[in-house]
Design a protein around this ligand. Structure first.
Ligand SMILES: *Cc1c(COP(=O)(O)O)cnc(C)c1O
Length: 436
């Protein structure tokens, strides 16, 4: 078998051998992932059964999308799986950024303060805040950012060990604070993800403040990784993308929000308009794919998580710094992202080219760094996916800035994720940037 892989993909035998050796070391980590996946799969199955999902829910209508029972079923199942009272799951929420900004713009009013307690948010969210632009708010520069709308904003930095600084957060709470936001996954940073245990600690602190403050969690890449989801840990609202973990690789597009019913209603008025909210909105035939994707999501996420762990070990052996560290406990991972610090632009590009060469779609193209909407630096992205930009599928990307970190994620199957890891390593070897 290794002869075939070595011949057809040009992967060095020693590298294949190294991967097998590492897999032996990972037996207990992998079985831990499997047992957690069994639990998540059972939870998802139960949610389908609780909602009496039936094949009538695969049908769809036209126009306004009134009385789309499939859409209602999708949203009931999501709410059940993630422990919320209500959910908004729509193909016309265009991405994760849109879902998160709906929560911000739907719930915050002039004079309210938002605190991000996990430091600076993901690049595209920085644009939503408006506080990263040096322009003074004016009629000419108005785009409806938080700053333009008179919503106050503060960040509480993470502690040096990557945990949430509860003391600093406590000091930052005052009567103007309306929302505390937690970004679980690292984005383009070198830090650990935020566990559901830390979310409970924030929840105890913030909900103990006296007046109700909404806790919003950016749950991108974290669904089905920890045992508990953020709403079970005390958060009020979670947001994410359907072309990451919960879409299971099958959803064609979309985002979700889930949590307290009154909050979801307010957000639905922002998504469509006051008075209409979630009662309208065509699903364009997506209900079946979204449901099947959610059903497969625990298994797909498990494969991606195992691939991330393999990636950390392989690149650690090759002498690179990796986050989470190769020695870190599997129980401390709350997302599927593996960061590899490659130190030079050449190495970052070779890594991404290796991932691209391992793709089922567009394996013949060469990724090059380019500007992207919402991002300040040029970004290189390797993605040969069935769904454009889907990062639950095998992918890697990184901004062209020091220290040249590749963010590796996905793989619809563990086996594909493994081929991706090996191709990325092989490209670095072939370019003479590392020796086995
Ligand atoms: C992916 C991601 C987002 C949203 O990104 P989109 O590309 O807009 O879906 C937000 N926050 C984090 C931490 C992410 O990883």
């Amino acid at each position: 078998m290794n002869d075939y892989i070595s011949k057809e993909f040009g992967i060095n035998r020693d590298l294949l051998g190294l991967a097998e050796e590492i897999e032996c070391e990972l037996t207990s980590d992998f079985s831990y992932v499997e047992s957690r996946t069994f639990y998540h799969q059972a939870k998802v199955l139960k949610a389908f059964q609780n909602s009496n999902v039936s094949d009538i829910h695969f049908a769809w209508n036209t126009g306004y999308g009134y009385d789309d029972s499939g859409r209602d079923a999708v949203e009931r199942v999501f709410a059940d799986v993630f422990g919320g009272e209500k959910a908004l799951v729509r193909p016309n929420i265009v991405n994760g950024t849109h879902a998160i900004s709906l929560a911000l713009l739907g719930l915050l009013k002039r004079g309210d303060k938002l605190i991000y307690c996990t430091g600076a948010p993901y690049d595209t969210l920085q644009s939503v805040t408006g506080y990263y632009s040096s322009e003074k708010p004016s009629d000419e520069s108005y785009t409806g950012t938080l700053k333009d709308l008179g919503i106050k904003y503060q960040e509480v930095e993470l502690l040096p060990d990557g945990r949430i600084d509860l003391d600093a957060l406590k000091d930052a709470l005052d009567d103007s604070v309306k929302m505390v936001a937690i970004q679980r996954s690292k984005g383009y940073k070198l830090r650990n993800s935020i566990s559901s245990k830390q979310i409970s600690e924030v929840s105890d602190l913030v909900h103990g403040f006296g007046r109700h403050i909404t806790i919003m969690v950016d749950n991108c890449y974290c669904e089905f990784v920890d045992e508990e989801e953020p709403l079970d840990a005390g958060a009020d609202i979670i947001c994410g993308s359907l072309i990451k973990n919960p879409g299971g690789g099958l959803a064609l597009s979309g985002g979700y929000l889930c949590g307290k019913a009154d909050l979801i209603d307010l957000i639905s008025y922002r998504l469509t308009c006051p008075g209409i909210g979630g009662e309208c909105g065509l699903t364009f035939g997506q209900n079946r794919a979204v449901l099947e994707g959610l059903f497969q999501a625990p298994r797909v996420t498990a494969g991606a998580l195992k691939g991330a762990v393999l990636c950390s070990k392989v690149f650690d052996r090759l002498g690179f710094e990796v986050f989470p560290h190769a020695s870190s406990d599997i129980k401390d991972r709350s997302d599927i992202i593996q960061a590899v610090k490659l130190n030079t632009p050449e190495a970052l590009m070779e890594f991404c080219r290796g991932i691209q060469a391992a793709a089922p779609i567009d394996s013949h193209v060469t990724p090059v760094p380019a500007p992207m909407p919402g991002y300040d630096d040029d970004i290189i992205m390797a993605a040969g996916a069935f769904v454009q930009g889907s990062s639950i599928e095998l992918s890697a990307d990184g901004p062209l800035r020091e220290p040249y970190v590749a963010y590796f994620q996905g793989g619809l199957t563990y086996e594909h994720s493994k081929i991706g890891v090996l191709m990325a390593a092989q490209y670095l070897i072939n370019a003479g940037l590392v020796r086995l």
